[in-house]
Write a protein that binds this ligand. Structure first.
Ligand code: ATP
Length: 199
């Protein structure tokens, strides 16, 4: 699987529709300071499920919507689409090309799409789990992350290996199941209390 194309409109400095093709062999993106290199990597990270505005250098998530420039008025919607080549079926979905889209408006309302069909953000991140391209995977290493990995505690570093080995998905599901189990136990206790009172 590889990233074939990124399409952006209204995302940070990319007010107009911008399509960036990643032909095989592209290894670097260069440009003058402020030309949008970091914005492009943030656009990718955002579609992959980033939920922290701070990690996208903003205060609120809707700060990523183009806020205007000397020559252009602000826009109301930011939309980014990643087009992935899935010929090798790395993503467990029966399409050779998969498009992942995330959209946000000025009010902070977001929408997600897989192959242009509306879905939840969770569906999108679930699809990416174990593919090696989640927002926290090594496919995107932000400035300072290398240092952070070296300085992290062994347990934190273990999470990285778990993501790479494909067990992160099961750990997340286990946590969800345990949470539900605890809730059910609490409900059962309540029922037993009520039964006790009735008796
Ligand atoms: P450097 O090489 O200095 O790190 P860069 O190529 O990575 O630069 P970016 O940081 O991606 O550049 O882009 C910064 C530009 O994006 C700035 O001009 C900033 O004003 C613009 N920008 C960021 N957010 C928005 C926004 N919401 N609306 C409009 N422009 C924005």
């Amino acid at each position: 699987m590889h990233l074939e194309r990124v399409e952006m409109i209204g995302f940070k400095s990319f007010a107009d529709k911008t399509v960036i093709e990643f032909d095989k062999g592209v290894t670097a993106i260069v440009g003058p300071n402020g030309s949008g290199k970091s914005n492009l990597s943030e656009a990718i990270r955002w579609v992959l499920g980033e939920q922290s505005a701070k990690n996208l250098r903003g205060m609120k998530m809707n700060d990523i919507v183009f806020s205007g420039s000397d020559s252009r008025k602000p826009v109301n919607i930011a939309e980014v689409t990643l087009v992935l080549n899935n010929e090798d079926r790395t993503l467990p979905i029966d399409f050779t090309e998969v498009s992942l889209t995330r959209r946000i408006n000025r009010n902070g309302e977001t929408e997600c799409f897989i192959n242009r069909k509306p879905c939840r953000l969770k569906d999108l991140t679930d699809l990416l789990m174990d593919s090696g391209i989640g927002k926290d995977s090594f496919s995107l290493i932000s400035q300072g992350k290398v240092e952070k990995i070296f300085q992290s505690k062994p347990e934190e570093r273990r999470f990285i290996f778990e993501e790479a080995a494909g067990v992160a998905k099961y750990k997340t599901r286990k946590l969800g199941a345990e949470r539900k189990l605890n809730e059910t136990r609490e409900h059962l206790n309540r029922v037993e209390d009520i039964l006790h009172e009735i008796k």
